[in-house]
Design a protein around this ligand. Sequence first.
Ligand code: ZN
Length: 340
Amino acid sequence: MSVEFKRITGRTRLLNPFKGNALDEIPFEIRFDPLTGATGRVFDLPFKAERPDVADIVGRSKKVFCPFCPASLEKSTPEFPKDFIPEGRIKLGGATLIPNLAPFEKHAGVAIFSQEHFLPMENLTPETMRDAFSASLLYLKRVAQTDPLVQFFSINWNYMPPAGSSIVHAHLQPNAGEVPTNAFREQVEGSRRYWQEHEQSFWQDLIQAEKQRNERYLGEIGSAFWVMSFVPASFLPDVQCILPDQVTLLEFGDEDLESFLKGLSNILKYLLEENVYSFNVSIFSTKEEKSHRVNARICPRLLPRPIGNSDIAYPQMMHRESFTVRPPEGICQRLKEFFS
Ligand SMILES: [Zn+2]
């Protein structure tokens, strides 16, 4: 086993006014991602999020035009060309999948969860999330059938404005293309490098290593393994889901999706308890890269202080360096209870 959890810890010395100007030492930590080598900063601050005014956000969203509400969906959203989707839009259960007018990728869809303008986070269960994810999988499979050049697939979700969503009406964004994004490319390159050096899947070794250490490991649901990221990507620690037997979303079955949705809903229940009402999700998948595995990240998002500041600041924006204010190891035990 060669997965390495490298970290550097240090202390900054200062005269602390909250301790009578006595000499104090503030610890800090730099961690190195075991797959990519990318660094991130971990602090241990007494941060506790305040519950946002969800009713106010929803109220404001109803004063602006929503293209995903039933009154406007048919006439205000685009359709796929008939030679790609004969019906124009993919409809599955309560979900509707349409082309993305702001295409982030060669193939970019928007999967609207339901007719409900606001789907409260408390109601995000496997049942209420299933149709939109199933429609996204159907779309990506259709893309792969019709465009042999695409290699990189993802299903993405901004839930509520602090996560970047401009439309409160819940929707996923499935993408497929030939060029991976930076984070995706680093994953794939790291997976290949690890495979060449160890003739093993990094992802399987990571699960073994995390299980043994039992500091960040959350549990296993069906085919999905859940672990807190060693190097958190967000202001509050994020969670990774790994499907160690799945190389591609194109072969994702109902059981795989169910395993993912159950774990995701567990995490969302925990986030509600922490007063976090916004998050990002991305599921990453290649078409057939044998060293890579289907994996996802769930990042809490929030406006940390009452003034409404963003949780993304110069470190992430200018230095591409993540930081988190609470170590994942300090949260893991509580979050794990939602998995038992
Ligand atoms: Zn709406």
